[in-house]
Design a protein around this ligand. Structure first.
Ligand code: FES
Length: 65
């Protein structure tokens, strides 16, 4: 999916696929990790410029294209 990033803004992307706000993390991974002894974490970045990027993950089954 393509998203716009804004210069200087911090982003936290979901790596577990459970977030209701994909592609952004909503901390759903915390409960999942507790119940399943997994170690999912969000992927944090700070954009150095305003730009558009294409991102995808095999765990984003609902929105991946
Ligand atoms: S909700 Fe998926 S990594 Fe946080």
């Amino acid at each position: 999916m393509e998203i716009k990033l804004y210069k200087g803004r911090k982003y936290s992307f979901c790596s577990c696929g459970l977030s209701k706000t994909l592609p952004l993390c909503d901390n759903a991974h915390r409960l999942y990790n507790q119940k399943n002894k997994t170690n999912y974490k969000s992927i944090k970045i700070i954009s150095t410029e305003s730009t558009r990027i294409n991102i995808s993950s095999s765990t984003w089954k609902k929105i991946d294209n």
